[in-house]
Design a protein around this ligand. Structure first.
Ligand SMILES: *[C@@H]1O[C@H](CO)[C@@H](O)[C@H](O)[C@H]1NC(C)=O
Ligand SMILES: *[C@@H]1O[C@H](CO)[C@@H](O)[C@H](O)[C@H]1NC(C)=O
Length: 129
């Protein structure tokens, strides 16, 4: 089991890579897919412990996605939340939605990040107790 700080570093590094990809000009390698998050969006309120389907837009997904394996993580203030595990992982990104349980986090504003080959953060939404 890696220590909390090495996990944080891992996530920070991951996020830095994501930021680079996100800020690069549009042409990206073919078949690379960064799913845009549709839900939760602006105005969404989730309660800790509830189950919700995170959804993302597949309409611009390449025919042959290089990496089918998806991962969903929670982001606060542009930093991935240091949970023991992502909200979801090892699911098929081509399904366009995946059910997650709202983790026990401090009430506040959060974003969802969905990874395919690289990630896209959704709009800010609210988690309440
Ligand atoms: C999530 O979507 C699945 C498939 O459509 C559905 O069976 C399930 O009830 C949904 N879960 C929630 C929490 O809405
Ligand atoms: C997708 O993959 C299939 C099977 O490998 C291949 O036949 C097809 O040409 C590919 N399509 C594109 C658009 O790359």
């Amino acid at each position: 089991m890696p220590s909390t700080s090495s996990l944080t570093l891992f996530f920070l590094a991951f996020f830095a890579i994501f930021s680079l990809v996100a800020s690069a000009p549009t042409p990206s390698p073919r078949d690379v897919f960064s799913p845009p998050v549709l839900y939760p969006g602006k105005g969404t309120v989730w309660r800790v412990g509830e189950r919700h389907n995170v959804t993302w837009d597949l309409s611009h997904a390449p025919v042959n996605i290089t990496n089918h394996i998806g991962m969903i993580v929670l982001v606060k203030n542009h930093i991935m939340i240091d949970l023991d595990t992502p909200l979801a992982q090892d699911f098929d990104i081509r399904t366009a939605s995946h059910e997650i349980t709202v983790p026990k986090v401090k009430p506040g504003k959060y974003q969802i990040l969905v990874f395919g080959d690289s990630g896209n953060v959704g709009q800010e939404f609210t988690i309440v107790e």
